[in-house]
Write a protein that binds this ligand. Sequence first.
Ligand code: AGP
Length: 608
Amino acid sequence: MCGIVGYIGNQEAAPILLDGLTKLEYRGYDSAGLAVFDGENINIVKAKGRLQVLRELTGDGKALKGCIGIGHTRWATHGAPSVTNSHPHHNAKETIAVVHNGIIENYMKLKEKLIKKGYTFISETDTEVVAHLLDYYYNGNPVETIAKVMHRVEGSYALGIIFKDHPDKLYAVRKDSPLIVGVGEHENFIASDVPAILKYTRNVYFIENEEIVELSKKDVHFYNSDVEEIEKEMSEVKWDISAAEKSGYEHFMLKEIYEQPKALRDTISPRVKNGEIVIDELTMTEEDIKNIKKIFIVACGSAYHAGVNGKYVIEGAARIPVEVDLASEFRYRNPILEEGTLVIIISQSGETADSIAALREAKSRGIKVLGIVNVVGSTIARESDNVMYTWAGPEIAVATTKAYSTQLSALYLLAMYFGKVKGTLAKEEYSDMLKELMLLPDKVQTILGDKENIQFFANRYVGAKDVFFIGRGQDYAVSLEGSLKLKEISYIHSEAYAAGELKHGTISLIEEGTLVTAVLTNEELYKKTISNIVEVRTRGAFVLAVTNEDNILDKETADYVIYIPKTHKYFTSSLAVVPLQLFGYYVSVGRGCDVDKPRNLAKSVTVE
Ligand code: AGP
């Protein structure tokens, strides 16, 4: 996600902003920019690509004079990576500059209103809407102005703002995106994360939602959304830089597992308006959707596993036949792609070579391609006919977690939308699914609260040699992901099997003490999977079961049980995967593996 740094004090601001942004590079970004007030004007310099480009443009910041400024590294969500779309954004008169981290969900509606009032826009971003909204409401009092804007915008934001006619002040406000205040000696800072300011101070204020901050070089004032001044406690940061980059988590992977509730909210909420699913990015008409005769979902690794899951949901809700293919197979097997076929390419990075090749193979046959992608402006995003972004934010750990989870949610949204358009999804079922979909982030949060239980169990299996994951239907699909998580970061051999398939050979591998993880969340298949559990237990397996909280399993059935909250039958994998992610993570930690950078693996496989 984006990085924000702001400075006000007696030193030149630009070098300090660049230094702070450098400490936030780990968050992932595609462009950067600075705005510094030199006493006369707010001077803005922006650049696409790495921070080094901005350093070169500004002579390491020396060319930008002034002691108050804001800086930003952008992770594109609305609008591809470009100089125009990078932050800071400003109003037409360039008397207000703003940097933003988050997603303004109602930015299109606000943009239309501002255009009607004569405002013109130069970028595709939601942030530029904030710059013009600040201009529109500006009454000479920045705190009052910010409060008015807060009441109009919906979504998540952390904002750093400077006003030309308040040259001795820096402003900030946040809602659902992190922002802190750093307190120095005759200088003060804002930053989206602690690493940016640790070099200068360990004294910080953690800004709460909808608190407005006014900073001068000598003091800091806080206001609530009613513009009433409030008192806050200052904290002292004890972390070192490395811990701070992971927000105190030991690894990026654990941080990203815990970011899943927010990632799901950011991916789902903007696409649910007034009780209806709205997928603005789809240029397909309802007629186009009704004419889809077959869907191919094509991807690699975890993205492929999401596709296997998506098959069940799309076929169940929209009754469209779905074939799921590994991209490395699809690209060479001369697939039969007839008229009325839709190809969906799923990819976190949007740069996976096999998936790009599969996309190009489909397009070379005149087939429409929909991309479900996390990196805005990536190759797959740019070459797809339509792209539905997952808004998981940058994923640093090689083993995907939050991106996979948001891929599932994107497939749920698509399946429900298609089902609604085709009339194959009854109104009642649709609204029940929608209610459950909106509750998913909180239910994931509930499971995360039980990590000690999973950690305790994982510690007993750091010495395992072979681990099996079994399930039926979507429980099999999520077992594929659980197995990959374990093996790719702990280097323990693992296999996922359709539970009904074990007896056709693989069950010969089950020995005394072999760990078998059985996922059983599909109520209609409980009994079937339990009979498979009995099969492996009678051959000596130790069974860890992951099941719904109302499906109590006794010691005769499973040796250890992890219960997950109930949800709609199509969404259970979004909950079942969390204990499996944590299991793989804690086994890997227990084995002393390099969790975030496992051997032999890359975050994006950009070669064949
Ligand atoms: C998953 O943990 C792996 N990192 C890997 O399987 C990954 O999902 C696969 O390489 C696909 O990457 P993509 O989503 O960026 O295309």
